[in-house]
Design a protein around this ligand. Structure first.
Ligand code: GDP
Ligand code: MG
Length: 163
């Protein structure tokens, strides 16, 4: 079976933008309002002739009583169970948040490879807050821009190296 890559992270970090860019088409809904993607959305993709399946989990919003958000969290948990490689996306512009910490606490329990990715780093200069992401305990963050493609090739290299 093809390897499965799941993209997880709190709402509004750019998961759907990333997913659509890798898919090469607009499948997942990108919204300024957090939490718009409510279902796991699948696409077939490939890098260096290596095919894989990618899932846009729709985000993880921990410890919430909101039904929509807790549903999304459940979907992300299912995606984490299903995935061979997990891309954990944070917002490099906004910096580290408590919600990122909570998601990281979930992800540190899996033995599966987790790639920590700071999205919205739209230039080659890293923001000062970039180094805070080391506190998540998930290794070295990779900087990407799903909007303009910066760093995406390096990330895809790292993803397929873990299949
Ligand atoms: P999701 O909730 O994690 O799926 O996030 P979305 O993909 O819906 O994106 C949330 C917002 O972030 C949208 O306004 C996007 O246009 C914006 N966004 C996504 N990726 C980038 C990026 O690389 N750079 C910048 N500047 N904005 C981005
Ligand atoms: Mg989304």
């Amino acid at each position: 079976a093809k390897p499965i890559v799941a993209v997880v992270g709190r709402p509004n970090v750019g998961k759907s933008t990333f997913f659509n860019r890798i898919a090469g088409k607009r499948i997942s809904i990108v919204e300024d309002q957090p939490g718009v993607t409510r279902d796991r959305i699948y696409t077939e993709a490939e890098w260096l002739n290596i095919p894989f399946t990618m899932i846009d989990t729709g985000g993880i919003e921990p410890d919430t009583k909101d039904i929509i958000l807790s549903q999304m969290r459940k979907q992300a948990e299912i995606a984490i169970e299903t995935a061979d490689v997990i891309v954990f996306m944070v917002d490099g512009k906004e910096g580290l948040t408590a919600a990122d910490q909570d998601v990281a606490n979930m992800l540190r329990k899996t033995k599966k490879p987790v790639l920590l990715v700071a999205n919205k780093v739209d230039t080659k200069d890293l923001p000062d807050t970039f180094y805070d992401f080391y506190q998540l305990g998930l290794g070295e963050p990779m900087a990407i821009s799903s909007a303009n493609g910066l760093g995406l090739g390096d990330l895809l290299d790292e993803i397929v190296a873990r299949f």
